[in-house]
Design a protein around this ligand. Structure first.
Ligand SMILES: Cc1cc2nc3c(=O)[nH]c(=O)nc-3n(C[C@H](O)[C@H](O)[C@H](O)COP(=O)(O)OP(=O)(O)OC[C@H]3O[C@@H](n4cnc5c(N)ncnc54)[C@H](O)[C@@H]3O)c2cc1C
Length: 301
C-alpha cells in the first residue's frame, strides 16, 4: 500500500518546525522516517501535513559541558553509536544505539524519532529512564524540560502535545564519573534486525575501583519491552547499593525485576519466558556494569 496524500513541509529551524505544526491541520513531524514511513504506508497514520525535520541542523549535536551531556533529537543512531564523547561519559547511549535494527535503520533513524515513537521496547527510552535523563521539548509557548521517567505515560503515549517538538535530551554528569562508573545495555533478540524480547540498561558507580571489593554507591536499572512503558526498577537498584556486588544481591536483582515486570505476551515469547529474561538480563547488565566500573570487566564476588 502507499501512504495517503499529504502536504510536505521542510523547515530549517526548530522554531519554524513548531510554528508549522501549530498552524497546520493534522500535522506530523518526520525525522528519519524509519517508523513513520511504515505506519503511513499501511495507512495506520494518515497525516494531512508532514513537517520534515531533516534540514533542522541545529538539532543534530552531541555536547558535553561542565554539568551535562546533551544530545540533539536529530542525531542518528549511527552518530550516537560512534560518538567518542558519549562513549566516555554516557556509554549506555552508544551501546543502546549500536544494537538498534540494522545499518540502514541506524543511518537514518534518530534519537528524537525513537522517543517520539515511544515504543516500550525502544532502546533509548529504557536507557534514558535508567540514567534519569531529561527531555527538552519546544512548543508554541516556548520550551520546557521533563524527566524521562515522567515522559512515558502509557503504551506508546507520552507527555507531549501534538505541536511539541523534542529538541534534545540531557544526562547529568555528576552521578557518572567515568573513572568509577560502568554501564551496559544488554538485549535478547531473536535476530539481528528485529526488536528485542527484553533489554536491560544498567549503570553502576563504585566507591573505589582499586579496592579488593568495591562498594556500589549508585546503581541504575531500567528494562525495555517488560511493561507498557520503559520500566525503572528501583528495588533492584536498592538491592545492590551500599555493598560489593555478590551472588546474593544479584539474586535479589532478579527477583525485583521479575516482580516489577508486567510484559505483554508475544508470538515468540510468552509472559513467563519474558519474566525469566527480565530477571536474567537485569542480573547480567548490572554485573557487566559493575565489572566495568571496577575496571576488571569481571562480575560478582
Ligand atoms: C526493522 C526495524 C527494527 C527496529 N528495531 C529497533 C530496536 O531494536 N530498538 C529500537 O529502539 N528501535 C528499533 N527500531 C525503531 C527505530 O529505531 C525507529 O524507526 C527510529 O528510532 C525512529 O526514528 P526516526 O528518526 O526514523 O523517526 P520517524 O519514523 O521519522 O518518526 C517516528 C515518530 O516520532 C515522531 N518524531 C520524530 N522526531 C520527532 C521529534 N524531534 N519530536 C517529536 N516527535 C518526533 C514522528 O512524528 C513519528 O510519530 C526498529 C525499526 C525498524 C524499521
Amino acid at each position: 500500500m502507499k501512504p495517503a496524500q499529504f502536504q510536505y513541509h521542510r523547515p530549517t529551524s526548530a522554531a519554524e518546525a513548531v510554528e508549522l505544526a501549530a498552524e497546520l491541520e493534522e500535522a506530523e513531524f518526520m525525522a528519519g522516517n524509519q517508523s513513520l514511513g511504515i505506519v503511513m504506508s499501511n495507512r495506520l497514520a494518515t497525516p494531512a501535513n508532514i513537517v520534515d525535520l531533516s534540514r533542522v541542523d541545529e538539532l543534530d549535536f552531541v555536547e558535553v559541558d561542565e554539568d551535562t551531556v546533551r544530545v540533539g533529537a536529530l542525531t542518528t543512531h549511527r552518530s550516537i553509536s560512534q560518538s567518542d564523547a558519549l562513549a566516555e561519559h554516557v556509554p549506555m547511549l552508544p551501546a543502546a544505539a549500536e544494537q538498534i535494527a540494522g545499518p540502514s535503520v541506524r543511518n537514518r533513524g534518530t534519537l528524537g524519532g525513537s522517543l517520539g515513537e515511544a515504543d516500550p521496547a525502544g532502546n533509548y527510552p529504557a536507557a534514558l529512564v535508567a540514567l534519569d535523563g531529561d527531555i527538552t521539548l519546544r512548543g508554541p509557548d516556548g520550551t520546557r524540560t521533563t524527566s524521562a521517567r515522567d515522559f512515558f505515560i502509557a503504551y506508546m503515549f507520552t507527555d507531549m502535545t501534538e505541536a511539541e517538538l523534542i529538541e534534545s535530551v540531557s544526562v547529568p554528569r555528576e552521578p557518572f564519573p567515568p573513572d568509577r562508573t560502568g554501564m551496559a545495555f544488554d538485549e535478547l533478540k531473536r535476530a539481528a534486525q528485529t526488536w528485542p524480547t527484553i533489554s536491560a540498561g544498567a549503570s553502576v558507580r563504585v566507591d573505589d575501583p582499586d579496592a579488593d571489593e568495591p562498594t556500589i554507591e549508585d546503581a541504575r536499572l531500567a528494562l525495555a519491552n517488560a511493561a507498557d512503558v520503559p520500566l525503572h526498577v528501583p528495588d533492584a537498584e536498592a538491592a545492590v547499593e551500599g555493598e560489593p556486588l555478590s551472588e546474593a544481591t544479584l539474586d535479589e536483582v532478579g527477583a525485583a525485576a521479575r516482580e516489577a515486570a508486567d510484559p505483554s505476551e508475544e508470538m515468540h515469547a510468552d509472559r513467563e519466558f519474558k519474566l525469566d529474561v527480565a530477571a536474567e538480563y537485569s542480573r547480567r547488565a548490572l554485573e557487566t556494569a559493575y565489572g566495568r566500573a571496577c575496571g576488571t570487566g569481571g562480575g560478582a564476588a
